[in-house]
Design a protein around this ligand. Structure first.
Ligand SMILES: [Zn+2]
Length: 204
C-alpha cells in the first residue's frame, strides 16, 4: 500500500492577484482526500482582457476528482476569495464552511443561484474545529479590510499547515479584528508548523 502524502495545489491565486483557489490533499497518491480553500473570481482589466465581465479559476482538475472533495473553506468575503463558490457549487455539492459574516454573503449568492443556503455552515473561530475527512481545520481571526477575515490552521497526521489568507499586521484596525501575534505564537507552540502558505499582496 502506498504511503499517505500531503499535497498542495493552487488552482488559482498563486503568482497572480485574484481568483484564489487552493487544494490541500492527504492520503495515498491519487486517492488523497481533498479540501478546497477559497474559490474566488478575478475582475478583468482593459489591457489584457477587454470585454470580459468576470474571470473564474479553472476547476477541471477538481471536477474530475469531486468524489474526493470533503469540503470548501472560505477565509473571507472578498470576491477574489468567495466570488465563484456559488457558480461552481452545483458541480461539487459538498459542505461549505465559513465564519458568520462570510457565510451570510455566501448564502445570498447561493440564494441567487437556487442553491440550498444551509449548504453553508457557520463556523466559530478557533478553538472550534471542523473535521473534514483527514483534515482538522480551525478559523483564526486576522486583521484585513473586511469583517471576520481568517487564516486557517489545517491539521493532518502529516503535520500542521497555517494558511494565512489575506491579512495585515494591524493591531488597531478600523474594520474587523485585530492582528493577534500571541494567537499565532500559541498555534506554533501547540504543534510545530510544517508549512506556512502566506499571502503576499498588501491588500486585495
Ligand atoms: Zn481580501
Amino acid at each position: 500500500m502506498k504511503a499517505n502524502r500531503l499535497i498542495y495545489l493552487p488552482l488559482g491565486g498563486a503568482g497572480e492577484i485574484g481568483m484564489n483557489a487552493y487544494v490541500y490533499g492527504y492520503g495515498p497518491e491519487d486517492k488523497e482526500r481533498l479540501i478546497l480553500v477559497d474559490l474566488g473570481v478575478t475582475f478583468p482589466d482593459m489591457d489584457t482582457t477587454p470585454g470580459v465581465d468576470l474571470i473564474m479559476p479553472d476547476m477541471a482538475w477538481l471536477e474530475a476528482r469531486k468524489d474526493r472533495l470533503e469540503a470548501i473553506f472560505i477565509t473571507h468575503a472578498h470576491e477574489d476569495h468567495i466570488g465563484a463558490v456559488a457558480h461552481f457549487w452545483g458541480k461539487f455539492k459538498c459542505p461549505v464552511y465559513a465564519r458568520k459574516f462570510t457565510a451570510t454573503i455566501g448564502r445570498l449568492k447561493f440564494d441567487e443561484h437556487g442553491h440550498p443556503k444551509d449548504a453553508i455552515t457557520v463556523v466559530e473561530a478557533r478553538p472550534d474545529v471542523v473535521k473534514a475527512g483527514p483534515f482538522d481545520v480551525q478559523f483564526v481571526p486576522v486583521s484585513h479590510s473586511i469583517p471576520e477575515s481568517s487564516a486557517l490552521v489545517i491539521d493532518t497526521e502529516a503535520g500542521r499547515i497555517v494558511h494565512s489568507g489575506d491579512f495585515k499586521l494591524d493591531e488597531k484596525p478600523l474594520v474587523g479584528e485585530a492582528w493577534d501575534a500571541n494567537m499565532f505564537q500559541a498555534i506554533a507552540r501547540e504543534r510545530p508548523v510544517k508549512a506556512l502558505m502566506c499571502d503576499s499582496t498588501n491588500v486585495c
